[in-house]
Write a protein that binds this ligand. Structure first.
Ligand SMILES: Nc1ncnc2c1ncn2[C@@H]1O[C@H](COP(=O)(O)OP(=O)(O)OP(=O)(O)O)[C@@H](O)[C@H]1O
Ligand SMILES: Cc1ncsc1CCO
Ligand SMILES: [Mg+2]
Length: 269
């Protein structure tokens, strides 16, 4: 995966405008829908157990996010996930807050047991907790020590038999064999709620058009990180509110030119 290939996958998203079915949290719902629209995908949020199987089957990707989970919604996620599996629709999982409470940790583990997920995206602490590893957050920036993060991502990918994406200062995407490290993004992303959650849904949009989920994830990460850098350039001085708006604009504008100029994809060990 290089910048050119990444830009090609982004172009495919814009051309196909895939339907991305999200069962996500109440904090990020609107931002996620607007972010997917800006990018060029077609978002839908559908949660009722009566309809999630039908929606998941017609979607290009299903995104499950446990940010504000409750038991009814978790049951809907499993129904949707199994329907997506039957229909060959990729499922992307965001284990928000795994490790923070026993309920989140157990739910995250149950979802990866009951649903065949194509990719899991979280920060290092969340991914560690899904696979039962302890993880010390070193300093304020969980992205510090990316060597450890790569090892954690590979271990998780092998254990869960799926693509694993760990985000932070640098982002790592791996299937356990091939690893990409993406050096894009901006610290202001951590000052806007749900940028991780939107990224998980963006990976869904890319996985809907690129069957190689690892390539899809790497392309999503570089596109997203470059968009953040463009937004910070335009509105970073103003603060997180202006940055959030500029970021939505940048998601709609980022293309081959910007990715070739700013994209920093490294093939890892
Ligand atoms: N220090 C940093 N510098 C640059 N980019 C960063 C930094 N920290 C995180 N990011 C970027 O922010 C985005 C969200 O990643 P993060 O790891 O913060 O997700 P998260 O913890 O799940 O966030 P949330 O819970 O708010 O959705 C990613 O695109 C990531 O690359
Ligand atoms: C703040 C917050 N609380 C639960 S989910 C969420 C959004 C970031 O995932
Ligand atoms: Mg998160």
């Amino acid at each position: 995966m290089n910048n050119k290939e990444a830009a090609n996958v982004l172009q495919m998203v814009r051309k196909a405008s895939p339907l991305v079915h999200n069962i996500t949290n109440v904090v990020v719902t609107n931002f996620t829908a607007n972010g997917l629209l800006a990018l060029g995908a077609s978002p839908v949020m559908a949660y009722a157990q009566e309809e999630v199987a039908d929606m998941a089957k017609i979607a290009g990707a299903l995104v499950l996010n446990i940010g504000t989970l409750n038991q009814t919604e978790v049951e809907a996620m499993v129904i949707a996930g199994k329907a997506a599996n039957e229909a060959g629709v990729p499922v992307i999982f965001d284990p928000v807050g795994a490790g923070a409470t026993l309920y989140r940790t157990e739910t995250a583990r149950n979802i990866v047991r009951d649903v065949a997920v194509s990719a899991v995206r979280g920060n290092a602490a969340e991914i560690a907790n899904v696979i039962g590893e302890t993880w010390e957050i070193k300093g304020v920036d969980a992205g510090e020590g990316s060597g450890d993060v790569v090892a954690l991502a590979k271990k998780a990918a092998k254990q869960l038999k799926t693509v694993v994406v760990i985000t932070g200062k640098d982002d790592v995407a791996t299937d356990g064999e091939t690893t990409y490290i993406i050096h894009n993004g901006h610290p202001l992303l951590t000052k806007v709620t749900g940028t991780g959650c939107l990224l998980t849904s963006v990976i869904g949009a890319f996985a809907a058009v690129e069957r190689d989920v690892l390539k899809a994830a790497a392309a999503a990460l570089v596109s997203y990180g470059v968009a953040a850098e463009i937004a910070a350039e335009i509105a970073g001085e103003q603060g997180p509110g202006s940055f959030q708006i500029a970021f939505l604009d940048a998601l709609s504008r980022v293309g081959a030119e910007e990715i070739s100029q700013y994209g920093r994809i490294e093939q890892g060990e």
